[in-house]
Design a protein around this ligand. Structure first.
Ligand code: PFF
Length: 460
């Protein structure tokens, strides 16, 4: 595909909603509340927000201007900016990360679809807390169900990606993101009105600084990365469809604000209900158990006095997860599809089909790692956990670190200034600060996260 036929997002709002759709996902509604619950409530949120602003927004701006300047997929972007150098491997690593994350993320996304079906069928009604672990383990260990839902989710993603940037990704984001905000606010209001909700709210808003440690700071940074979809060129690929008048700084700020808003609102849905039902977020809630074992039970207990309410809350909540997951899987699929299509000179539909088939095959192994392949372990982890670990804890931080080094040290500062100011037409007073962060703070901070996660360095 040459640049003349390349599509663009039709509007600035469409571009913001598509990028926000990528950022808002299971990471916000599932990982963020757990991290908050285990790391000192509001104290964690303060550090997380600092990471979003000090690290997330500058790196997001880098991804945006690399993508918009080069108007090509993430691997092609580095080749164009640094021809004949190994920098193209940063883009390729991003494509590989997108492929791996899409393969296992679609498995959990499929689970959210099955739980939406169960909620619509009123299958949680009358169940006790002890029933939910059994329901979940019966589902995930059933090879057919898990695989079929994963494939179904991949196919829906495929259909939207094949329709293209404007009539697929942008159109879908413009309908689904507002729907997501409405559902989020309705659920948060229902939860806040529960008796005893104030304890949940206090937990979210009253910082317990005694829980803060080096490890907590590192978790907050890792969460900010995953949640903002940074480090794999996803936002770089989306930015390659931005129009030339898109304000990069403002778009990055909007995406970060929307993503943080959704994460905090998820806390307002989950904590008042969890406290009302007398649960405590525990270390068992790591992984899928919060979403698929604790919460269905919490919703029954907290809203059970009005049966229609517990039904409505459960249906809306799982549907919210489906929508959030789908806007994220679309963005990961697009990273790989754009790469295959442009680097191997293939029509978009054919490239998307190859990506869908390849990711589904790998996804089958991830889905089965909770059933028939549960005993197949590498480095003590099943395939699903291994992929999650390698992609989120290693590939994303490595990608983010190289992106900041690339922009902070390799690229010409004039090019950066021209891109961010739209050739001098925008005033961007914080530009020097952003460049400072990209040169010094981001690479060092990310190197610390990485070494810590690999266990090569312990900071406290
Ligand atoms: N940001 C998504 C979430 O919070 O669930 C996850 C994600 C999407 C990560 C897209 C990476 C990516 F490229």
């Amino acid at each position: 595909m040459n640049n003349n036929t390349r599509e663009n997002f039709g509007s600035k709002l469409g571009a913001v909603l598509a990028a926000a759709g990528s950022a808002v996902g299971l990471g916000n509604i599932w990982r963020f509340p757990i991290e908050t619950g285990q790391n000192g409530g509001a104290a964690f949120i303060i550090i997380y927000v600092a990471c979003v602003f000090l690290l997330g927004i500058p790196i997001m701006m880098s991804e945006f201007f690399i993508g918009r300047h080069t108007q090509t997929n993430t691997a092609g972007a580095y080749r164009k900016l640094a021809p004949g150098t190994p920098w193209k491997w940063v883009g390729r690593l991003g494509v590989l990360s997108g492929f791996i994350i899409l393969s296992y993320y679609s498995v959990v996304a499929g689970w959210t679809a099955e739980y939406t079906r169960l909620a619509i069928g009123n299958c949680f009604d009358g169940k006790s807390a002890a029933d939910f672990p059994t329901i979940f383990s019966a589902f995930v260990s059933n090879p057919w169900k898990s695989v079929l839902w994963m494939v179904a989710f991949m196919l829906i993603t495929h259909v939207i990606v094949v329709r293209g940037v404007k009539s697929g990704i942008e159109k879908f984001s413009k309908v689904m993101m507002p729907a997501l905000f409405v559902i989020l606010v309705v659920l948060a209001v229902c939860s806040i009105m529960l008796p005893g909700a104030s304890r949940g709210i206090e937990f979210l808003l009253k910082p317990d600084f005694s829980k803060i440690s080096g490890a907590v700071v590192l978790n907050a940074m890792g969460q900010a990365f995953f949640s903002l979809s940074l480090g794999l060129g996803c936002l770089c690929t989306y930015a390659s469809y931005f129009r030339s008048d898109t304000n990069i700084g403002k778009t990055a700020l909007n995406v970060a604000l929307i993503d943080t808003f959704v994460a905090i609102m998820s806390g307002f849905i989950i904590f008042p209900a969890v406290f009302n039902a007398g649960y405590a977020i525990s270390s068992n809630d790591i992984g899928p158990s919060l979403l698929f074992i604790t919460l269905p039970s919490v919703f029954q207990q907290a809203f059970g006095s009005i049966p229609m309410l517990s039904y409505g809350v459960s249906v809306l909540f799982y549907f919210l997860l489906v929508v959030a997951a789908l806007t994220s899987t679309i963005s990961m699929h697009e990273v790989v599809t754009a790469y295959v299509s442009e680097e191997f000179n293939m029509p978009r539909r054919k490239a998307a089909t190859i990506v869908t088939i390849a990711c589904s095959v790998v996804g089958v192994f991830c889905a089965l790692s909770f059933g028939p392949f549960a005993d197949f372990k590498l480095f003590g982890m099943n395939l699903f956990d291994l992929f999650d670990y390698v992609a989120s804890n290693i590939f994303l931080p490595v990608g983010g670190m190289f992106i900041s080094i690339f922009t902070g040290w390799y690229l010409d500062k004039k090019l950066i200034r021209d891109e961010i100011t739209n050739n001098g037409t925008l005033r961007v007073p914080y530009l020097r600060f952003v460049i400072f962060i990209l040169r010094y703070f981001a690479p060092i901070a990310i190197a610390i996260i990485l070494l810590n996660q690999l266990g090569l360095f312990s900071w406290f």
